[in-house]
Design a binder for this molecule. Structure first.
Ligand code: GSH
Length: 245
């Protein structure tokens, strides 16, 4: 049964913890996510946990000066890392699928295995066609035309799939795993005015879909503003990453 009233996500580390800092003690039986506030991959399980009303402890990590406890749990010291009862799981997509099995309500995939496979293909396509172009485009402040063209081509496929479904979200009337898996990147497109102008002009239905996602309570609960991302993405350009501001 969905925990409707569970809104009190326990944030253990408001600040990003770094090398030399100990891991705060965990309450018995609780669920923990090692994260970084602006990481799009960590935002995937954060959205899934929120959608399912699961309380969890969030440990934010400084990824330029990694805390030992993160390196002990992930061979490359990446986030997200999920931990429950001493069991550790890495990779955002693996974590999200695990969460959907462990906490089945509400389900975030179709019941039918073939429909579920279709959803996974949409996510795969987005990951291979949109995400690399997204990073290229964002690093250039939306000024790299080749990256913008590639990004738009990837988003066109995504838009076409949603049109084919004919529903407000990939999940139907409500967002499902496809919507949550891709949203962290869609949310960050807002940092670039040229890119958003291009999307509004060429893919107006996709823009309308973005507006529907922004209005969704799960998405809204953990959304960051354009200003916050602009500030964080300065690190991409200067190499001087700031995690707490
Ligand atoms: N494939 C991984 C996933 O889906 O979980 C990617 C995770 C990832 O790249 N996270 C970044 C990270 O931990 C932060 S956004 N970077 C630190 C590093 O690469 O050392």
């Amino acid at each position: 049964h969905r925990q409707e009233h569970s809104v009190a996500t326990a944030i253990m580390s408001e600040k990003h913890l770094e090398a030399g800092q100990p891991l705060p003690a965990l309450k018995d039986g609780s669920v923990r996510l090692f994260s970084m506030k602006y990481c799009p991959f960590a935002q995937r399980p954060r959205l899934v946990l929120k959608a399912k009303g699961i309380d969890y402890e969030e440990i934010n990590c400084n990824l330029k000066n990694k805390p030992e406890f993160l390196l002990e749990r992930h061979p490359d010291g990446k986030v997200p890392v999920f931990e429950h009862n001493g069991k550790v799981v890495i990779e955002s997509n693996v974590i999200c699928d695990l969460l959907d099995e462990v906490y089945p309500n509400p389900p975030l995939y179709p019941k039918d295995p073939f429909e579920k496979a279709k959803d996974k293909i949409v996510m795969e396509t987005y990951s291979s066609k949109v995400i690399p172009a997204f990073y290229q485009a964002i690093r250039s402040g939306g000024q790299n035309e080749e990256a913008a063209t590639k990004l738009l081509a990837g988003l066109t496929l995504f838009d076409a799939e949603l049109k084919k479904r004919g529903t407000p979200f990939f999940g139907g009337q409500q967002p499902n795993m496809v919507d949550f898996n891709t949203w962290p990147f869609n949310e960050r497109l807002a940092v670039s005015d040229p890119l958003m102008d291009l999307i509004k002009a060429k893919l107006p239905d996709l823009d309308a879909y973005f507006q529907r996602m922004v209005a969704n309570p799960t998405v809204k609960a953990i959304i960051n503003s354009k200003e916050i991302y602009l500030k964080f993405f300065e690190g991409y350009v200067t190499g001087n990453y700031q995690y707490d501001f």
